[in-house]
Design a protein around this ligand. Structure first.
Ligand code: ZN
Ligand code: MN
Length: 489
């Protein structure tokens, strides 16, 4: 960022809650079905149809709120947010306005700036104030056929209309694009972790928007802000914010000013462009939804939800660092995915070697997962078998490269490590008697070298080790070979 300027960024995330049915009717939330297959009078907005709140929305909403450090309000009110759009047949969206489901959150995230290669420098904790997470319904989808010039038809698909969303709004606490990036990743992981949302940006069930403005350092007042939409990945979002910060600084310095508007990220041209000028809240004419009672959640319900919360990813990372002596980077990678974290914990405990378990997991195992597109809990190699490989390695029966080969083979075939070791002939010979025989043979057949070694040419020791390994076809345990050679020579 240019010297003397600072960026002010606030984030809004719409997270689709993981219910099987919609927020105010019994229609399925599954996508990919025939257009308008999952609709009924309620989500089509037909006159006289009445909404009924889905209980699961409250449960997932509560888990999401708790995972983000928000306070759940004992009473919240649904409101109508009025606007016209073809994908919103009622002419209003049922949302929440002045009395949201949850509010006043504080969330500690780990964040770091990145160098020009995208490498993180030094992760530090940062507290983000989350203003609110309210519950609302999603709108449908407009589908346009062809390019604007040739466009003959537009369609409306209401399968998505009425899908439950949690809208998570922060204070404008971010000062850099990487802070926003780390925040969204934190939220995504936390929501997946507690099962509140699949939080998959590619599938559109996590959508984020950034409000960006800049000002001179020391300035108290805010300048006009721009809302960035259409951010299809966390990386695009980061790039869009970065671009927008530079664009606004340049515009202010050129004396052009920045207009309050919504801009889109154009990923082909790597820049933002105008979508529309921004509405203010009063344009929506919010008023309480007369067809729904206030949403009241009891203290007991909140306590029940709290009791069901799993250990959250950041707490698990800190515990892995303390209990298993992992570095911040390794522990962060392991808790990047809930199933990998569970796999690791089982393997670390069963093998009794958390360090080696982490090394082998983060190299071989994670690579195999990525190559196969599988999740850790779908792996044919179980965590218990993985631990067996680590143990066998620790006992000196196989070497590191062999351990890696076994992981790959077991992962892809489901064969037990013991079978792979047998098939590949990996079992090392540690039997001193057998190795002794080979050593005697080598000493007998290499009289000149033996004399030279005994005469002081210690470099020749490597020669003897090599001969023994060769004679044993690489299976002799190097440690035992060394010991026996030393005593015999
Ligand atoms: Zn419906
Ligand atoms: Mn919204």
């Amino acid at each position: 960022m240019k010297e003397g300027w600072e960026a002010i960024i606030g984030m809004e995330i719409h997270a689709q809650l993981a219910t099987e049915t919609k927020i105010f009717c019994g229609c399925a939330t599954s996508f990919g079905d025939e257009p308008n297959a999952n609709t009924c009078p309620v989500c089509l907005g037909l006159p006289g149809a009445l909404p009924v709140l889905n209980e699961k929305v409250v449960e997932y909403g509560a888990k999401a709120a708790l995972a983000l450090g928000l306070n759940i309000n004992e009473q919240s009110i649904f409101s109508r947010k009025n606007y016209f759009y073809p994908d919103l047949p009622k002419g209003y969206q049922i949302s929440q306005y002045d009395k949201p489901f949850s509010s006043d959150g504080e969330l500690v995230i780990m964040t770091a700036e990145r160098d020009e290669h995208g490498r993180a420098k030094d992760f530090k904790p940062m507290t983000i104030r989350i203003e609110r997470m309210h519950l609302e319904e999603d709108a449908g989808k407009n589908v346009h056929e062809g390019l604007p010039e040739t466009d003959k038809y537009s369609y409306v698909d209401l399968n998505r209309a009425g899908t439950p969303l949690g809208e998570i709004v922060t204070k404008a606490d971010f000062r850099s694009s990487w802070q926003a990036y780390d925040y969204v990743n934190h939220v995504r992981r936390a929501l997946q972790w507690v099962g509140a949302s699949d939080a998959d940006m590619e599938k559109g069930n996590l959508r984020c928007e950034a409000n960006v403005s800049v000002r001179k350092v020391g300035e108290e007042k805010f300048r006009n802000k721009v809302e960035l939409k259409n951010l299809n990945s966390v990386r695009f979002m980061q790039k869009a914010i970065e671009y927008e910060i530079e664009r606004q600084i340049a515009a202010h310095e050129a004396g052009e000013g920045v207009s309050q508007e919504t801009r889109l990220w154009d990923e082909k041209n790597n820049k933002t462009r105008v979508m529309r000028s921004k509405e203010d809240a009063h344009d929506y004419r919010y008023f309480p939804e007369p067809d729904l009672q206030p949403l009241v959640v009891s203290k007991e319900f909140i306590e029940t939800m709290k009791a069901q919360m799993p250990e959250l990813p950041d707490a698990m990372r800190d515990r892995f660092m303390a209990e298993y002596n992992l570095s911040f980077d390794d522990a962060s990678q392991i808790i990047g995915d809930k199933d990998i974290a569970a796999f690791y914990e089982t393997a670390a405990q069963a093998s009794g070697n958390p360090r080696t378990s982490a090394n082998l997991m983060l190299s071989e195992f994670v690579r195999e997962l990525n190559n196969s597109g599988k999740r850790a809990n779908e792996s044919l190699l179980t965590a218990e078998s993985f631990a067996e490989i680590v143990k066998t390695l620790d006992e000196g029966k196989i070497n590191n490269n062999q351990a890696k080969e076994i992981i790959v083979e077991s992962f892809n075939t489901g064969k037990s490590p013991a079978d792979v070791i047998r098939e590949k002939g990996f079992e090392q010979v540690s039997d001193a008697g057998a190795i002794e025989k080979i050593v005697d043979e080598i000493i007998k057949n290499n009289e000149n070298q033996v004399n030279a070694y005994r005469g002081g040419n210690e470099k020749l020791f490597g020669f003897f080790v090599g001969q023994v390994m060769k004679a044993s076809q690489g299976k002799a345990n190097p440690k035992v070979v060394n010991e026996i050679l030393k005593s015999k020579l």
